[in-house]
Write a protein that binds this ligand. Structure first.
Ligand code: CTP
Ligand code: CA
Length: 219
């Protein structure tokens, strides 16, 4: 079903540097994005996987891995690939903020307290969403702790996505640090709940759901 399709996937965390040795980051491992890339490649898609720092590797003739560190670098890479891709999957845990300034030299400790000024990062999904053509399909992820469905629907609309894969941190076994995941897929006209499964099986569920929704749009 994805044979010959060009796919852009973002994965992993972003690291936002404070100085040459320190950064602001998060616990994302990149597993979900990498699992999706592998499944899509196995189904014949041509995948560009733009990944933040991760321990994972993926060698497949159908997958090009583009390694980035910051949200700005991730955005620059995605911006080049997105117009030529049929499907966009935003699985990265992009840092919402970055330090206003990055010190050239290592910051030395001095005072008892230390304040870092942060500024907002570019929203990759929302910015690309504005340029999405009707023939393109965009998938976002949302990790929520409360008002999950409402927040996921908000992201669907705000970022002009075709579907949002929702993870609730309230579900045991879901989220960053597990090999399993329990997802709910939120689409403009439906909500699909899935049981707790391994991330590779979750990837297959997501792809099947994308396929069904995309087929409806093309009718
Ligand atoms: N996303 C992105 N660029 C950002 C922030 C988020 O591309 N700077 C993408 C994520 O990859 C995900 C979706 O947007 O697919 C939702 O991310 P999330 O962090 O849940 O939403 P935010 O809009 O950042 O809102 P908040 O963190 O306040 O809930
Ligand atoms: Ca966020």
């Amino acid at each position: 079903m994805f044979n010959g399709k060009k796919v852009l996937i973002t994965a992993g965390p972003t690291y936002e540097p404070l100085d040459p040795v320190r950064f602001i980051g998060n616990h994302s491992t990149g597993k979900m994005g990498f699992a999706l890339a592998r499944c899509l490649a196995e189904q014949g898609a041509e995948v560009s996987l733009v990944s933040g720092p991760t321990a994972l590797t993926l060698e497949h003739p159908q997958v090009q891995v583009i390694s980035v560190m910051t949200a700005d670098e991730m955005f620059a890479a995605c911006n080049k690939i997105a117009p030529g891709a049929d499907l966009w999957i935003f699985a990265a845990a992009v840092a919402d903020y970055k330090p206003k300034d990055t010190a050239v030299n290592k910051i030395k400790k001095s005072d008892a307290s230390f304040t870092i000024e942060l500024v907002k990062n570019v929203d990759i999904a929302a910015t690309l969403g504005k340029q999405k053509r009707p023939d393109q399909f965009a998938v976002g992820f949302a990790l929520e702790t409360d008002q999950e469905l409402e927040n996921a629907r908000g992201k669907l609309l705000k970022k002009n996505l075709n579907m949002v894969v929702l993870n609730s941190l309230r579900d045991p076994g879901a989220g960053f640090k597990h090999d399993t995941n329990k997802i709910t897929i939120v689409k403009p006209a439906s909500v699909e709940e899935y049981s707790l499964k391994g991330k590779d099986e979750v990837a297959l569920d997501i792809l099947e759901s994308i396929n069904a929704e995309w087929a409806c749009l093309q009718k």
